[in-house]
Design a protein around this ligand. Sequence first.
Ligand code: NAD
Ligand code: IPM
Ligand code: MN
Length: 360
Amino acid sequence: MATWRIAVLPGDGIGQEVTPQAVRVLDVVGKATGVGFEFEQALVGGAAIDAHGVPLPEATLTLCRQSQAILFGAVGGPQWDSVGQEVRPERGLLAIRKELDLFANLRPAKCFPMLVDASPLKAAVVGGTDIMVIRELTGGLYYGEPRGVERFADGSARAVNTMVYTTREIERVARVGFEVARKRRKRLASVDKSNVLIVSQVWRDVVTALAKEYPDVALEHVLVDNCAMALVQRPTQFDTIVTENTFGDILSDEAAILAGSMGMLPSASLGGSVGLYEPVHGTAPDIAGQGVANPIAAILSAGMLLRYSLNLVQDADRVDAAVMRVLESGLRTRDIAGGGRAAGTREMGDAIVKALEARY
Ligand code: NAD
Ligand code: IPM
Ligand code: MN
């Protein structure tokens, strides 16, 4: 049986609380199937700044490169808000994405039937929502040059970030969009701002040209402001969405509310030889340290790791099913409890581990 090395990077805040629950889930899969997991933990983000002065120590990046997959928590927090922009905790994550060429970020936003009332939106609106947001992850405003700030003697400043995309960068992520849509309901919405941005005009041209290779996928172009509205007005009209880095960041947080909570949204970052799996949410400083964070986004991310990096599709299905089972039983963390009795992070993890063990 194979042995896989998994880099475990919990990071900061609730990243340190939810990631261990995802590891427990992989452990169950390993014990039940005989697949060996070697979990190697490393520092990233604020935790790495505190220990080594940098958000991504060389040893952490090396471990990531030498692993089959990366299980990531979250990075950042108010403690590090005053450090320079280039050494913030978030830089650690951005550097891993870039170094490993993880250009395609899959963020599934699904409204599970038993959670229709967990969303602040009406059940009639969110019911049946099943969207795959594909966010370009290594280009655009996040990485474009020139970037920087000029400071003047009078105290004023001029700051620059650059949104830049090449044809190649657009085409490769759009291709992922078409391929994913093809395996789903064969509808792809490409989201841009081509009525204003030159970058978006090129984006739209490249996607349109590529569509000729995918005649079975219905492509529509949607302007990002309209998409933000349509996501909460009629989310069921969307199947697969592909968009650039910044738009995808913003729209996927919005989409999390269709699923009930930020604590429900997993993600997979693909493209290079090592995949990275992380919840879409951050370190949640408002609830960190209390043991109340929802571990489901992290656990579903572990499921995506099984599916996309290890091709253990049946085991991934079992993880998803175990989460569904536990939610059907009525157990809820605070973010999805609607004021009712709430389980803590550990209790939710225990229940999912038990439900998963029962599926083998
Ligand atoms: P956040 O996602 O951390 O929190 C937003 C809201 O959602 C908060 O009210 C929080 O309590 C809630 N929430 C998030 N995850 C939850 C969970 N699992 N269970 C229950 N409730 C949950 O966003 P923020 O507050 O804007 O950011 C906080 C810090 O996290 C910042 O430093 C930011 O840069 C960082 N961040 C990191 C990542 C990442 O590492 N991938 C992602 C987003 C934000
Ligand atoms: C996310 C986060 C990150 C991003 C931050 C922490 C760098 O918000 O993964 O959505 O903006 O990509
Ligand atoms: Mn984000």
